[in-house]
Design a protein around this ligand. Structure first.
Ligand code: ATP
Ligand code: MG
Length: 496
């Protein structure tokens, strides 16, 4: 396109200009001297022709950035459009504004003919949006409908800055636009569909509107900082992963009792990174081929979540009759954890960038050692019962209390000695908008739970361990809930 060689340097330009000016003056004096010989009209024509040929070159260089390259959308045009929305000045007269149901924010675009002046490293850059009716005879445009307007940006600046604009300003705009788009991106939550369409089970997506963020998460500040740091480092390390020849992926194992925020943490991670979430319910997957297809259909910059990994892998019976080319065979398609892990490892390396995989479980102790093997999951994160700090976060979230409340001392003392999940605390705080009523309710709940815990402790003494007493109590509860459900099988089996 443009190369440094095409343009003279400023000093040579000056020299050329000086010699041109000299030539014009000389021509003028010749013309004056010959004035008595040359008729008046011819003299004027002679001078204007001379001026045309020796006119100094304009110092302004204009880049034309067309909307389409004829085959594909022009990336620089799209990025400029996004970038310039942030550069609207008080002098801008007209803007176009729109919002589709799926968009979160307004989209602002420049109107025809509007001019925006931007400054970059001390350079003044003038942008103008130009519209014209598309050339109907344009052979490049045969794919476009007739009477479509052609659009382009004209970017004008002093030609001395050509190198900076091409080498640094335009890449800066591409980067900025990418960042703006990421910020605005509506995240998607992909789950497995109910319908078995052609080709088998498929992902279906909805907007991920989970409000969880690291700010609203009731976890210890150290853990929160560690996680945010880990995620930020991961997304920045593309080159590092490439250099050491590793697939750019990261695995987290979240474990802890129900209601401690494992799913909320997944949503907070997705919101923080602006990654889509793919929720893979293994219970719905019978065949290896399905797993492979679904896995390959996940997008870049995404989090693949496999919840309750301890439950989903020992599903009752995955034996299935499948149709081979011409004979019917019975395949044992039982998925094992290590089989799944090898499968994922193998595929993962070959399918794109910036992948995060998260396993969640209520029972780390029941997991296959293959999953716990060093190097398999990058971080093991324990989500545990509510702490005093966790309670303060929830009190801020739900009741808007940022400072002190007279019941805080009692609640925090009780929380330290009681097993209560953040979900239970949250539920209690939701019961009333009056913080006194909500917190008194929480005190009662904590006292009741503490009492139950103490009884369990006594029972444990008789039975030879608090864990055994707990297990038996949960077993009793589970039998009740199975009876209530009438033995109906659900996808998410109770595993406690
Ligand atoms: N650590 C937490 N911080 C803030 N809110 C929480 C936390 N844990 C639980 N909650 C609240 O409780 C609800 C249930 O929590 P969540 O679904 O994240 O738990 P979970 O650990 O995934 O449970 P399960 O093991 O049953 O899947 C959440 O919607 C949230 O409102
Ligand atoms: Mg969960």
């Amino acid at each position: 396109m443009f190369s440094g060689k095409e343009l003279p340097s400023s000093s040579s330009l000056l020299a050329a200009y000086a010699s041109m000016a000299g030539s014009i003056m000389m021509a003028q004096s010749i013309a004056n001297q010959l004035s008595h010989l040359i008729p008046h009209q011819i003299r004027g024509y002679f001078l204007s022709t001379l001026r045309y040929f020796f006119k100094p070159q304009s110092p302004v260089l204009t880049l034309v950035i067309e909307e389409s390259t004829g085959i594909a959308q022009n990336q620089i045009y799209d990025a400029s459009e996004t970038y310039l929305c942030t550069k609207v000045s008080p002098r801008t007269k007209r803007l176009k504004i729109s919002k589709t149901p799926k968009e979160r924010n307004f989209t602002i675009k420049l109107e025809k003919g509007e001019i925006i002046v931007d400054h970059y490293e001390g350079i003044e850059l003038k942008w103008r949006l130009v519209f014209a009716e598309a050339d109907k005879n344009d052979s490049h445009n045969h794919l476009q409908p007739k009477n479509v307007e052609k659009r382009w940006f004209e970017l004008s600046f002093h030609r001395n800055h050509k190198e900076t604009v091409l080498g640094s300003y335009l890449p800066y705009i591409l980067g900025k636009a990418k960042y703006i788009k990421e910020e605005d991106r509506v995240l998607k939550m992909h789950t497995l569909g109910n319908s078995q369409g052609y080709g088998g089970i498929k992902w279906e997506s909805i907007n991920l509107e989970h409000p969880a963020s690291f700010e609203t998460l009731a976890v210890e500040p150290d853990l929160k900082d560690l996680l945010i740091h880990d995620l930020n480092r991961f997304v920045k390390r593309k080159d590092f992963y490439k250099r050491v020849g590793r697939a750019w992926k990261r695995g987290y194992l979240l474990y802890g009792p129900p209601g401690t925020g494992k799913s909320s943490l997944v949503a907070a991670m997705a919101n923080h990174l602006k990654f889509d979430v793919y929720d893979l319910q293994l219970a719905n997957i019978m065949r290896d081929s399905d797993l492979r297809r679904l896995f390959l259909a996940t997008g870049n910059r995404s989090i693949l979540v496999i919840e309750d990994i301890d439950c989903s892998l020992d599903l009752p019976d995955r034996r299935q009759v499948s149709r081979d080319e011409d004979s019917r065979k019975t395949h044992d398609v039982q998925l094992t954890l290590s089989g799944l892990l090898n499968f994922i490892d193998g595929l993962w390396s070959s399918c794109g960038d910036e992948r995060i995989i998260i396993f969640t479980t209520n029972h780390k102790d029941r997991l296959d050692p293959a999953l716990l093997r060093p190097g398999r999951m990058d971080m093991h994160i324990h989500m545990s019962y509510c702490t005093a700090h966790g309670f303060r976060v929830l009190a801020t979230n739900y009741l808007g209390i940022n400072g002190y409340h007279s019941l805080f001392g009692e609640i925090e003392d009780l929380i330290k000695t009681t097993e209560i999940t953040p979900a239970q605390v949250a539920e209690q705080l939701l019961k009333s908008e009056d913080s006194n009523i909500a917190l008194e309710g929480l005190v009662k709940l904590l006292k009741r739970k503490k009492l139950e815990g103490d009884e369990l402790f006594d029972e444990g003494g008789k039975m030879g361990g608090i864990q055994e007493a707990k297990r038996q109590k949960v077993e009793r509860k589970r039998r009740v809930s199975v009876r209530i459900n009438g033995g109906r099988k659900t996808n998410k089996r109770r595993c406690s």
